[in-house]
Design a protein around this ligand. Sequence first.
Ligand code: BTN
Length: 323
Amino acid sequence: MTTRDELLIHLEEAAGNWVSCESLCDKLGVSRSTVLKHISRLKDDGYAIESVPDKGYVLRESFDLLVPRKIREGLQTEVFGKKDIIYFTEIDSTNLKAKGLAASGAPEGTIVISEKQAKGRGRKTRGWFSPPRDGIYLSLILRPNIAPRSAPSMTLLTAVAIAETLLSVPGLEIAIKWPNDILARGKKLAGILTEMSTTGERIDYAVVGLGLNVNTARFPDEIKDRATSILIETGQRVRRGTLAKEYLKWHEEYYGVFQRIGFEPIRKRWKELTNIMGQQVTVETIDREYTGEVQDIDDGGALILRDETGGYQRVIFGDVTLR
Ligand code: BTN
């Protein structure tokens, strides 16, 4: 962990009490000037820290952060988030970090979470807009005992877990769009980036990255017509820690169902939560475009379309637009 992040965690753990500069120097093993430099940068970055000579520093307790302590408090899981929670105030991409950790043996259930991403990554070569403390940028390390060809079902399972989480937000209407988007009024509220490493017919690890727009008030011009947040949809700010914990709970629950029973119950729930069943769609894949009516998803998570000639097409991956 960086000194900056460790310092913030010490302030947060003081739960609204003053922390002296000396104790921070001791705990972090750094000089007074280093503490002062980090405090000043954190304040510049909008962290609600007050400083008073002789007393030291205090972080406003109500300040909504995704620090490990807040995630652990009341977390209703057995594995997800119960092992390591790797926290950053800023990072390039939580998925990149999680992949590095998974490659060095981090166990299933490890999560990487950041308040901000400098290079949040989306599918294909897209980015993910990740402004500080507005969204949830969380990557989960999994070690599923499935063949790589069943990996798309991991993404669909995650979409169901996110949708279940969001159903509890009053005034929010959501739908899953195949394969990995959660939409509200047709705009993107959340995205999933699943990345994995395989050896032959085995998945070594999968990293499932969730980007959820929670309290974002506005988006850059290039995406403002396509993106939305819970704040924009409902007019209400939501505490990100509560949502992150709900998501981990739902994800672990469906992951358990998947391992015990298989994909079928998830497929059934996915179909209830999507708005594309029976719709005429176009799916753009790397090498071609498919059009047709959505009939189903199969047991590997692929989309089944019926085209104008009555023929069936199976599409594994692509971008869907309603026609
Ligand atoms: C998409 O819809 O294209 C997927 C977006 C996934 C974004 C999340 S944010 C946390 C994790 N880290 C990343 O760099 N990307 C994912």
